[in-house]
Design a protein around this ligand. Structure first.
Ligand code: SAH
Ligand code: SF4
Ligand code: F3S
Length: 476
């Protein structure tokens, strides 16, 4: 079953294996291989896992066959995400056969959702470790090494791994993720995340600022603050008087990270339309280095469907948010997530989504058809009653409309000048570099004498459906 979304763009990434650029694994007693699926938070978790394993004397390898330990950090968001992981697990069987003693561990959301059932279903799996249990990996590995199956899927109300310094796996040396919170309290009826990630909790603000500062000192020039709902970030120091005003909101956190250095760009994801405040928008306007880009998941343009989804905003509320963003941040890039064919969705509801898209004209959209997830409120309360062919037809319409909007958005940028942070060499041409502008659009330009991590000015001369092209660039 192929989701159309995968042919366009999908913010949940698929099976990427990364290892830090270490000279050799010879100095480590053992090697681990990690492959990550799903959202940026999951990828960031893999970096925390890498750090924990490093302390235990495990070095990362990019070659699964030579690993003593294979880890797969999984996603449960849609059925297809889980199918991909299961397929990958069958491939690992081959490696395990040729290397006796090799351990295979399933981490992340699928581990949390399926728990020890996963051990029965996937015989080659030795360890099942949920997202709040990574600190116990060393003892779980020891247990698994004795031939026992090892499981820890306990969720926590406190764990934020705030003291663990992630080992950067996807290392371009310029951009990096920093998790600021974990879990989610929203209970959107379609969504498995509150079950796989547990209760929402915010990470110590000082540790976030310290991590971002260290990244900057190591040459990084962009951090993306991550959470399922960053706008509800709220941190109170442990020893603070409960009545004191000594707390940090998301807007305050943004400002603190932005103040590290004007050369450090700050991005964040994801915002919930019900929670993004004017204070956040004004903070974005105030600091030049907070990028003008907001990911504001819509899910549906129909108030009736939004209610069934428990999104807690109406179509009108959402439209007002879009207006407010455009008012305070006139050149802000806007992206979204849309689900087609949710339970009971009528043609009229679907038309409301298309119609809202015409209004918002998203620069980028991640579009999916509804995939029922066992245990969610929607699975328990409603019938998944839209036939798959119909879901796909609606999705195709949404994708097509978005294609027109994004093309228009790209074309509108031709002739404009942007500040771009250079991220590396273009995939298509060794003579070109690429980077992103404030609005998160990729720009390709001749490499000249520019370096990764530098800011340049470009004037866009052309575009493709996903890339802006500039004939020249100048240093800032
Ligand atoms: N925290 C973010 C989204 C996390 S999941 C938010 O609140 O928006 C990323 C996206 O996956 C969601 O925005 C939604 O569009 C999609 N998604 C989640 N559950 C889904 C399901 N059961 N079927 C199809 N798409 C789903
Ligand atoms: Fe899922 Fe809703 Fe939480 Fe996003 S806000 S993670 S969609 S429950
Ligand atoms: Fe997937 Fe879990 Fe993220 S379900 S989208 S990896 S929080």
């Amino acid at each position: 079953m192929l989701e159309i979304a995968d042919k366009t763009h999908d913010e949940t990434r698929q099976g990427e294996a990364y290892a830090p650029h270490q000279a050799s694994t010879a100095s480590f007693k053992k090697n681990f291989y990690i492959e990550s699926y799903g959202c940026a938070m999951n990828f960031n978790d893999s970096e925390i896992v890498a750090s924990i394993l490093n302390e235990e004397g495990f070095g990362a390898t990019r070659n699964a066959e030579e690993a003593d330990l294979i880890l797969i950090n999984t996603c449960s968001i849609r059925e297809k995400a889980e199918q991909t992981v299961r397929k990958r697990l069958t491939e690992f069987r081959r490696y395990k056969k040729s290397k006796p003693g090799m351990l295979v561990g399933v981490l992340g959301c699928m581990a949390e959702r399926l728990k020890d059932k996963l051990l029965e279903e996937e015989k080659l799996v030795d360890m099942v470790v949920g997202p709040d249990a990574y600190r116990t990996l060393p003892s779980l590995i020891t247990e698994a090494e004795t031939g026992q199956k090892a499981v820890n899927v306990l969720l926590s109300r406190e764990e934020t791994y705030s003291d663990i310094s992630p080992i950067r796996l996807d290392n371009n040396g310029v951009t990096s993720f920093v998790s600021i919170m974990r879990g989610c309290n929203n209970m959107c009826t379609f969504c498995v995340v509150p079950f796989t990630r547990g209760r929402e909790r915010s990470r110590d603000a000082d540790s976030i600022v310290a991590e971002a500062r260290e990244l900057f000192n190591n040459g990084y020039r962009e951090v993306t603050l991550l959470g399922q709902n960053v706008d509800s970030y709220y941190w109170t120091p442990k020893d603070a008087d409960p009545n004191s005003t000594d707390h940090v909101t998301f807007a305050q956190l943004l400002a603190r990270v932005a103040e590290i250095d004007p050369l450090l760009r700050v991005r964040f994801s994801t915002s919930h339309p019900k929670d993004i405040t004017d204070e956040v928008l004004f903070t974005m306007a105030k600091y030049e280095n907070i990028c003008n880009y907001i990911h504001l998941p819509l899910q549906s343009g129909s108030t009736r469907i939004l209610q069934l989804m428990n999104r807690t905003y109406t179509r009108e509320w959402y439209l007002k948010k879009v207006d407010r963003i455009r008012e305070i941040l006139p050149d802000c890039g806007l992206s979204t997530d849309i689900i087609c064919g949710f339970c009971t969705e009528t043609e009229e509801d679907h038309a409301d989504t298309l119609n809202l898209m015409e209004y918002a004209k998203y620069d980028l959209a991640y579009m999916y058809f509804y995939s029922e997830r066992p245990g969610t409120l929607a699975a328990r309360r409603y019938q998944d009653d839209i036939p798959e062919a119909e879901k796909k037809r609606r999705l195709a319409e949404v994708v097509e409309l978005h294609r027109r909007h994004s093309e228009e958005s790209m074309r509108n940028d031709v002739g404009k000048t942007f500040k771009v942070l250079v991220e590396g060499t273009s995939k298509r041409s060794a003579d070109h570099l690429f980077g992103r502008n404030d609005q998160n659009k990729v720009v390709v330009f001749p490499k000249g004498n520019f370096r990764k991590g530098q800011y340049v000015h470009v004037t866009v001369t052309d575009c493709t459906s996903g890339t802006l092209i500039a004939a020249t660039a100048t240093a800032l």
